[in-house]
Design a protein around this ligand. Structure first.
Ligand SMILES: [Mg+2]
Length: 275
């Protein structure tokens, strides 16, 4: 699924902007999304989104914490899958690494930023126009503490979780900025971002699957958000599967788990069965 036409129309909501692509991409019928079998994990090259998949989404992106349970799961996955596990997040790679505190390969910034030992695989450049985009978002949020502007390595994001009524104006501004500066709109859960174009979580998975040790496994990608749909598509294209975490919705994932707790339980169960 390519992020084409992201700038073509002004969305009524951020989610609306992505929905037609899912319909075109033969999204899985919501009635046919079973839980993934635990055996799926044994031969997997496992790619994991972070927020909303491994940790609950917080009111502010800087308000999350990594539980001892998650740290333990990640350690066991690294050993059990012989290194075939990576986190692919919309956050900056360095930030995810600091939160996890473990030597796990991380791709940040929605697939644009290969962190740590993966840096040789590519690191995008920050578009100069983000200076103006950041100023415009800060102007919109000025005097409105319920709107949070986040400056990221390859994008700037507007979070309206604490003010859902501001969705339309946030999305309209993002669309205008993207159209004016050749940036890509990246909708997410109660946020919208404009970022450097050219990559997504799907391209990140395709890149990693050409590398050792990932090439020795079958790609499985777990994610919760619209930004994860290209990752679900890539995993399926490469003979694997996507696992949607959260409520049912049209998705290119084959399987579904009900939320973060269910995702962690499935990982724990799978790593125990496949150890
Ligand atoms: Mg997420």
């Amino acid at each position: 699924m390519k992020p084409e036409n992201a700038n073509a129309t002004t969305p009524r909501s951020c989610e609306w902007a992505e929905r037609p692509k899912l319909e075109r991409g033969n999204a899985t019928d919501r009635k046919s999304m079973p839980e993934p079998p635990p055996a799926l994990l044994g031969a997997a090259s496992l790619f994991l989104d972070f927020d909303g998949t491994l940790i609950e989404i917080a009111e502010r992106p800087d308000a999350v914490t990594v539980s001892a349970r998650l740290a333990r799961v990640m350690q066991r996955l690294l050993v059990g899958l012989q290194g075939r596990v990576a986190v692919i997040s919309g956050r900056p790679a360095e930030q995810v690494g600091a939160l996890l505190g473990q030597p796990i390969p991380i791709v940040g910034s929605h697939g644009l930023e290969f962190g740590g030992d993966l840096a040789r695989l590519g690191k995008g450049s920050r578009p100069p126009a983000l200076v103006e985009a950041l100023a415009a978002m800060r102007a919109l949020a000025s005097g409105r503490p319920e709107l949070l502007v986040e400056d990221k390595p390859f994008g700037v994001a507007l979070h309206y979780r604490q003010c859902p009524a501001a969705e339309a104006e946030c999305c309209t501004l993002a669309e205008e900025l993207a159209a004016r500066h050749g940036l890509q709109v990246q909708p997410g859960k109660m946020m919208i971002e404009v970022r450097a174009p050219g990559g997504d979580k799907g391209t990140a998975i395709r890149t990693l699957m050409r590398e050792t040790p990932f090439a020795q496994g079958t790609p499985v990608f777990m994610g919760d958000d619209l930004t994860d749909e290209p990752g679900f598509a890539a995993a399926a294209d490469l003979g694997g599967a996507g696992i949607l975490v959260g409520e049912t919705r049209p998705s290119l994932a084959r399987y579904r788990l009900g939320g973060v707790a269910a995702a962690l339980a499935w990982l724990e169960s799978g790593v125990a069965q496949n150890a």
